[in-house]
Design a protein around this ligand. Structure first.
Ligand SMILES: [Mg+2]
Length: 386
């Protein structure tokens, strides 16, 4: 039996769009997804260059919000500026929030952290750049004791190049090495796993350890893990050149949650960042407000606030904020739930007919547009700014 439309609950309800006459370009703000909105793979979307240049020249505040990561904010923004050919009005790295950027806020209480995911050993540089004092990677554990996951596929050269010496990382995993085996404070999944078997094993080891000490096993079962775990996003699939979508971090998360529940008989308490989570939009809202201050000369770039997690701004200077994305499930759902206006573009994952095939998909408040430029210009016109 097919459900009638009145029985179908949308994932999120868009705000009602009303025409208004905003007075200042800084009354409005835009939050852009990157992949499928500004870039298509490694190539630019031409209209993105035009509209980003336009917004920068008009001093209209905007930031970029992506569930991607695995590299420093500086590296990604340099790549975006180069690809979009934004030599005249480059985007500042302060304007970029990657999935793992809000992890910075954890630093005061998370000194020694296991950082999972990402290509090669790149996320070690990211985490150390954020200021984490003592960064441990799964490859460090394998270097300290390969029997922790004997099926690993790292070559000797990779272990030597990417893994830290066990004495310097204080990892005496088998009790025969440096004599120290310091506890780990938390597990932070920064980016998609490249060594999913090894990561699953060591993550579950730590969540069920005695206070984060590897090689130990706690004697009780609980939904609360021995040390906290944070996932940078909940994306289940991503697209590449292959015909079918590929597993992303959400798949690792399902595996961790399922195995944890099998061991403990209770659901794992964890934190997930990224779109469409509210925690991610709260963070983004703070950064957008601060970037507006930079445009007004009230703040210097490089000196933006560090918003705390789950701490929404008390006041906002914006009369309207739009989330612009290509993915109804993350960008549009998150934006609608946050009471922002939402703009869906046709240059990415959204395909014609998706709403008919999937009536529960979140719909954008302003509409579906051929590209980012047309969407933003429609928003500016509706709000009396173009
Ligand atoms: Mg996208």
């Amino acid at each position: 039996m097919t459900a009638s439309s009145s029985e179908i609950k949308p994932l999120s309800t868009p705000v009602e769009e009303v025409a208004q006459k905003l007075e200042s370009p800084q009354d409005i703000g835009f939050v852009f997804d990157i992949d499928g909105v500004l870039l298509k793979g490694k190539k630019r979307i031409a209209e993105a260059t035009e509209i980003i240049t336009y917004l920068s020249k008009k001093k209209i505040p905007f930031i970029l919000l992506t569930n991607g990561g695995g590299m420093t904010e500086k590296k990604r923004i340099d790549f975006i500026n180069m690809t979009l050919q934004l030599t005249e009005t480059p985007i500042h790295e302060d304007q970029l929030i990657q999935a793992h950027t809000p992890m910075k806020t954890l630093i005061p209480h998370h000194k020694r952290v296991l950082i999972c995911g990402g290509p090669k050993d790149d996320v070690r540089e990211v985490a150390e750049g954020y200021g984490f004092e003592d960064v441990i990677r799964p490859v460090d554990l394998i270097r300290a004791n390969p029997t922790i996951w004997p099926y690993h596929m790292f070559t000797d050269e990779q272990i030597e190049e990417w893994g830290r010496d066990p004495a310097s990382s204080k990892l005496d995993v088998d009790g025969t090495g440096c004599g120290e085996n310091l506890p780990i404070d938390s597990v932070l999944c920064f980016n998609d796993s490249r060594a999913i078997g090894a990561e699953l094993q060591v993550i579950l080891d730590l969540l069920n350890s005695e206070d984060g000490v590897l090689g130990t096993r706690r004697t009780y079962k609980s939904g609360k893990p021995s040390i906290p775990i944070v996932f940078s996003n909940n994306d289940f699939l991503w697209s590449n050149e292959y015909k079918q979508p590929r597993f992303a971090m959400g798949a690792l998360k399902i595996a961790v949650l399922t195995i944890y529940e099998k061991i403990n008989g209770q659901k794992l308490e964890q934190l997930t960042l990224g779109k469409p989570e509210k925690v991610c939009y709260d963070y983004a809202h703070h950064i957008l407000i601060d970037w507006r201050k930079v445009l007004l000369g009230e703040k210097q770039p490089g000196n933006l606030c560090l918003p705390q997690l789950n701490d929404p701004p008390i006041n906002t200077p914006f009369k309207k904020v739009y989330m612009v994305g290509d993915n109804p499930e993350s960008d549009i759902t998150g934006g609608n739930n946050y009471n922002w206006g939402t703009i869906l573009v046709r240059t990415g994952v959204y395909q014609e007919g998706d709403f008919e095939r999937n009536p529960e998909t979140s719909r954008p408040s302003l509409g579906i547009f051929p590209n980012v430029k047309e969407g933003v210009m429609a928003a500016l016109k509706l709000n009396g700014l173009a």
